[in-house]
Ligand binder design. Structure first.
Ligand SMILES: *[C@@H]1O[C@H](CO)[C@@H](O)[C@H](O)[C@H]1NC(C)=O
Ligand SMILES: *[C@@H]1O[C@H](CO)[C@@H](O)[C@H](O)[C@H]1NC(C)=O
Ligand SMILES: *[C@@H]1O[C@H](CO)[C@@H](O)[C@H](O)[C@H]1NC(C)=O
Ligand SMILES: *[C@@H]1O[C@H](CO)[C@@H](O)[C@H](O)[C@H]1NC(C)=O
Ligand SMILES: *[C@@H]1O[C@H](CO)[C@@H](O)[C@H](O)[C@H]1NC(C)=O
Length: 414
């Protein structure tokens, strides 16, 4: 019998058995050092935030890490999509390929992604500081989880810059802002804007003198909002039109021409005024849990724009709005009923209005600036509920149109 030594399980050059425990010890040490950072996220609630401050829910730090990973991976993931388009194109027969100038378009698209990624990169730099996360921790997190960060949430959040903070989105804002701002003129007081998005409506309300609390569930959007607010007059880097953002390069359907696909929009159209920002604060997290009970009957007005249908449970939203308002306070609504993922109840407009009444609201008459009457012949709602055509992602060059008959009302808490 021969007593030959068994072959080495691994080639000796790559890993000596002595170094493995050391390596493991290092990993454990790093993990032990990082873990307190991950759990040491003190929750604070809406009432503790002061002007200009951000307040976040428990667990928000983990979500912030995922959002930061998403923004960090924006460029690579968007470019990968274009590389995939190229490799699919390359598989076509040569005779078909030579009929188009597609490869040139793909190269141009790669360049616009490069430009877009400047905005994504700046959001990451800002977000690391705002959420007190080190670049090192983010890198470690991204290494640990190669799929972390939702690309479509990133793309959606970036697209909101156009709707809220670009001259190119003015036509969308002009369809839904003026009637709300008119109703709020001279009203002042404390205003809550849940589902605030990138905060343009909240900002315009604060500019009219209200004390505004913006609330946003998506950390992706909230981070983009906070970055936008940091581009105020006291930021020496900030300049109107400092970014050229190409909103269409992630959507290839409905494009009239290459120029439309590659179109750049200047962001932002204006820099937020610091005096106005002093009247605003952002509360990150779920509208239903973030404010109650500590802020019950604390608000003069709740403004919901394209918001109530984002609820899993729309009745819980309506209840929350009612509890947050002072007696005599107003709930101003404008938006569609496009129910999202897995709702527990899907009410029609008539049912929403019935629930509103049963909760203790009374609808006020509203003027024609809110659009045409939705129930002209129903005495309960005639003159009090109106609909207006509101575009969404409505680009004049787009070969498709998406719009809602957005429903508006003002409900007073009895
Ligand atoms: C938050 O506010 C509550 C009172 O509303 C107070 O008791 C608590 O100490 C505050 N927390 C922090 C972290 O400031
Ligand atoms: C940020 O994190 C560091 C490290 O955990 C901590 O020492 C510091 O107090 C934190 N700063 C804030 C503002 O939370
Ligand atoms: C990694 O990220 C994905 C996508 O964000 C998430 O669904 C998954 O739970 C994460 N995995 C770990 C181990 O954190
Ligand atoms: C205004 O911008 C400066 C510089 O970016 C920032 O430190 C400050 O927090 C911003 N103000 C508000 C209210 O966001
Ligand atoms: C074009 O409009 C459709 C809705 O009709 C929308 O889904 C799509 O995102 C728009 N495309 C761009 C590039 O804005």
């Amino acid at each position: 019998m021969s007593t030959s030594t068994p072959p080495d399980p691994m080639p000796p050059a790559t890993s000596s058995p002595n170094r493995l425990p050391l390596l493991l010890a290092c990993i454990v040490l790093i993990a032990a050092f990082q873990y307190p950072l991950l759990i040491n996220w003190v929750s604070s609630r809406g009432d503790n935030a002061t002007a200009g401050e951000i307040t976040s829910a428990v667990g928000q730090r983990g979500k912030a890490l995922a959002a930061l990973a998403g923004f960090s991976r924006y460029k690579q993931r968007s470019q990968n999509t274009i590389h995939e388009k190229r490799s699919k194109f390359n598989k076509l027969p040569w005779a078909q390929k030579k009929l188009t100038n597609y490869p040139h378009k793909l190269s141009l698209a790669l360049q616009t992604v490069e430009e877009n990624s400047l905005l994504a990169k700046d959001i990451v730099t800002f977000g690391l500081e705002a959420y007190n996360i080190s670049a090192y921790e983010l890198r470690a997190y991204m290494k640990m989880n190669r799929t972390a960060g939702d690309h479509s949430s990133v793309v959606q959040a970036l697209k909101h810059y156009v709707r809220d903070w670009a001259a190119g989105g003015a036509h969308e804002r002009d369809a839904v802002f003026p009637q709300i701002l008119k109703a709020m003129e001279d009203r002042g007081g404390r205003v809550l804007v849940p589902g605030a998005g990138l905060g343009r409506l909240a900002y315009e309300l604060a500019a009219q003198g209200a004390e505004v609390t913006a609330n946003e569930f998506s950390v992706y959007v909230s981070m983009a909002y906070q970055y936008m607010m940091s581009l105020n007059g006291s930021n020496p880097r900030a300049e109107a039109g400092m970014y050229k953002f190409h909103p269409n390069v992630n959507w290839w359907s409905h494009q009239r021409d290459t120029a439309g696909l590659l179109k750049g929009v200047e962001v932002p159209d204006i820099l937020p005024d610091e005096k106005v920002l002093k009247r605003m604060k952002m509360v990150d997290g779920d509208f239903v849990t973030m404010f109650l009970p500590q802020e019950s009957e604390a608000f003069d007005t709740v403004v919901t724009l394209f918001f109530i249908d984002t609820a899993r449970n729309i009745v819980a939203y309506l209840e929350t709005i009612h509890k947050l308002l002072k007696p005599g306070g107003w709930w101003i609504n404008l938006g569609p009923l496009l129910y999202g993922t897995n709702p527990s109840i899907e009410l029609g407009l008539d049912e929403v209005l019935e629930v509103t009444k049963k909760l203790g609201f009374e609808l006020l008459p509203i003027g024609e600036e809110w659009g045409t009457e939705t129930f002209p012949d129903d005495e309960r709602w005639a003159g009090k509920v109106r609909g207006t055509l509101a575009g969404y992602s409505w680009d004049p060059d787009n070969l498709s149109r998406n719009a809602y008959q957005a429903q508006g009302w003002i409900a007073k808490k009895l």
